[in-house]
Ligand binder design. Structure first.
Ligand SMILES: NC(=O)c1ccc[n+]([C@@H]2O[C@H](COP(=O)([O-])OP(=O)(O)OC[C@H]3O[C@@H](n4cnc5c(N)ncnc54)[C@H](O)[C@@H]3O)[C@@H](O)[C@H]2O)c1
Ligand SMILES: Cc1cc2c(cc1C)N(C[C@H](O)[C@H](O)[C@H](O)COP(=O)(O)O)c1[nH]c(=O)[nH]c(=O)c1N2
Length: 179
């Protein structure tokens, strides 16, 4: 087999410059395909939402998701103070919406880009999401630049049709079936 590979960071060779390690890590992470979600919140601290790929399943008993949220993000105070969030899993039709929620855009403009409802917690539920997990944040851990949020699922809404939206190599792809 003829595969082009490179070894950027080896355990035996500590990378002295943290900026280089950071860049190498990001370049490597760009090769890890990930589902794209819009994580929303609402409550006393107001409405907010951001695009997120750092989301995964933790346990099914009780149903729990993990979400990593950058402490420097504009949405951070609202998510932490409200204590609730909804993970809306995007379809291939949601590329523009993901860009809207991917930073810098004022919150009202983000939510004007789609239709929303609610389930149990009051966090915005994207009308045409593939799946929406409505959650309460039950624990958090220190992830350095990020807070790691453990989120118990209160309600789930899902639809059967549609393909997922994947982020890979810093571009969007459809999660169509592999033959
Ligand atoms: N987990 C995250 O916080 C995360 C994930 C994806 C994208 N982003 C942000 O979106 C923008 C565009 O990202 P991009 O993928 O086009 O290029 P990029 O080079 O900034 O990131 C490449 C990959 O590295 C990881 N990554 C990026 N920033 C990170 C961070 N601060 N902490 C942990 N992992 C991180 C993600 O998996 C990302 O897809 C950047 O501002 C990036 O910070 C953040
Ligand atoms: C595809 C993709 C995926 C992610 C992000 C971006 C994009 C484009 N962002 C960044 C996040 O959506 C937002 O841009 C930053 O939090 C900065 O937003 P503000 O401009 O501060 O609102 C992001 N941030 C985060 O804290 N956790 C995550 O998992 C992700 N994932």
């Amino acid at each position: 087999m003829n595969m082009k590979t490179s070894v950027a960071i080896e355990k035996a060779v500590p990378v002295a410059d943290p900026d280089i390690a950071r860049t190498e890590f990001r370049n490597a992470m760009a090769r890890m395909a990930a589902a794209v979600n819009i994580v929303t919140t609402n409550g006393p601290a107001g409405i907010a939402g951001f695009a997120a790929t750092a989301v995964c399943s933790v346990t099914d008993n009780p149903p729990t998701l993990l979400v990593c949220l950058n402490r420097g993000a504009s949405v951070h105070p609202a998510v932490m103070q409200n204590g609730v969030l909804c993970v809306n899993v995007l379809s291939e039709a949601h590329q523009d919406l993901s860009r809207l929620f991917g930073g810098k855009t004022p919150v009202a403009e983000r939510f004007a880009g789609a239709s929303w409802s609610e389930l149990s917690t009051g966090a915005p539920v994207l009308e045409d999401a593939l799946v929406s997990f409505d959650c309460r944040i039950v624990r958090q851990a220190d992830g350095g630049t990020h807070d790691i949020l453990l989120c118990e699922v209160d309600a789930i809404r899902q639809r059967d049709e549609g393909q997922g939206l994947i982020y890979f190599d810093r571009t969007y792809h459809s999660a169509g079936r592999a033959e």
